[in-house]
Design a binder for this molecule. Structure first.
Ligand code: F3S
Length: 378
């Protein structure tokens, strides 16, 4: 891979240990993927934040890396942590201590402790065509597909390397030819709300590639967020939605797949293992302001936990009285918080991504359904 004189210097260690290690990783990644050169990025979203997912090995790596004096070069925001920063959840003490150490390491690297997987609603909104290096699968799908920015699905380590160097290798979804649709998904049923979009995404995620959706529907930001997050449970990091997402390509000569009500119901059934969950957990990806206000309109009688960004929580609390039944929880989510260690055994969710990871990572019972059905318990 071609490197500029500056990049060669970084690789040889002239700018310090951390920059050298970051550059080595990006060069290896670029070589493996046939990249010609590195390109600058304007922002980074880092994953690998919760102690539940990175464990002691991740904590050790971050502590060592941050103590080498490394600093990020571009705006770098952070995915949800394993617990809220201000202690709204009864997370075990030992977990909390380690979580704080992880956050301290990120802070000393210069990362903004935004702790949200919807940085585009809170603090990190790129423009169409902007080159970024993001590492949270649902935010990657949203950035590529809805915003029209360009990013590969980075790992926590490659995103951090991009944050330190301000560069990423030119391959994958940074190239026009890899952003073209690979198949046309004709949706033959009406898409009625978040549950339908998330089930559609989950069903289509198993096909991989870059789907182009055609449907009698005009999804908004939240529906596209739900669709992208569910697609990201497979290997899909970019989708097009006919007449909605920016620069939708033509559907000529594409292989066609039809998806109807039966497939959506099958996706929901696959991800449902119980009828009467203990806890209703919403906000995967983190709830937008509109979504939180919609939950409040339902005036839930059952306790509902809504995961969101600190910014959205603050706005909601300034705007209105939040009833005791609704817990707005910032900085974390139902998947990366150790719900199982807190004694939770089953969750009711509206997101296929939350359902998938609650089943397979947290080993909880799950009901995937509409908010109305979860609240009514029917
Ligand atoms: Fe976000 Fe957690 Fe879902 S990081 S996308 S709320 S699994």
């Amino acid at each position: 891979m071609y490197l500029t004189a500056e990049e060669e210097k970084a690789l040889s260690g002239e700018y310090g240990y951390a920059t050298q290690k970051a550059m080595e990783l990006l060069v290896t990644l670029g070589d493996v993927n046939g990249a010609e050169r590195l390109i600058p990025v304007t922002s980074v979203q880092v994953s690998g934040v919760s102690y539940k997912t990175i464990g002691d090995a991740g904590l050790e790596f971050l502590t060592e890396f941050s103590s080498s004096g490394a600093r990020v070069k571009v705006l770098t925001t952070l995915n949800p942590a394993g617990a809220p920063l201000s202690g709204e959840l009864p997370v075990p003490e030992s977990f909390l201590r380690r979580q704080e150490e992880i956050l301290a390491a990120y802070r000393s690297l210069g990362v903004v402790l935004s702790c949200t997987c919807t940085p585009y609603y809170a603090c990190n909104l790129p423009c169409r065509g902007e080159t970024i290096a993001w590492a949270e699968s649902s935010s990657v799908a949203y950035a590529n597909s809805v915003i029209g920015a360009r990013t590969n699905r980075e790992s926590s380590i490659s995103a951090l390397a991009s944050a330190i160097t301000g560069k990423t290798p030119l391959y994958g979804l940074h190239l026009d030819e890899n952003r073209q649709p690979t198949h046309l998904v004709e949706v033959t049923t009406e898409l009625r709300g978040e549950l339908d979009y998330t089930c559609l995404g989950y069903h289509v995620s198993r096909m991989g590639g870059v789907p182009l959706f055609r449907a009698e529907a005009s999804p908004g930001s939240e529906e596209l967020k739900a669709l992208g997050a569910a697609l990201a449970t497979g290997s899909v990091s970019l989708f097009h939605f006919h007449s909605v997402t920016p620069g939708t390509p033509a559907a000529q000569d594409l292989e066609k797949v039809q998806v109807g009500r039966e497939e959506l119901e099958e996706a929901r059934d696959t991800l449902t293992t119980c009828d009467d969950p203990e806890l209703i957990a919403l906000g995967c990806p983190h709830a937008s302001l509109r979504e939180v206000l919609q939950v409040l309109e339902h005036e839930p009688e059952r306790e509902v936990w809504v995961f969101t960004s600190a910014q959205v929580k603050q706005l909601v609390e300034r705007h209105t009285e939040v009833p005791e039944t609704v817990k707005l929880i910032p900085d974390t989510c139902m998947v990366v918080a150790p719900l199982e260690e807190m004694g939770v055994r089953s969750v009711g969710v509206t997101s296929a991504k939350a359902a998938y990871y609650s089943l397979h990572l947290s080993r909880l019972g799950v009901r995937l359904d509409t908010l109305e059905a979860l609240l009514s318990g029917k």
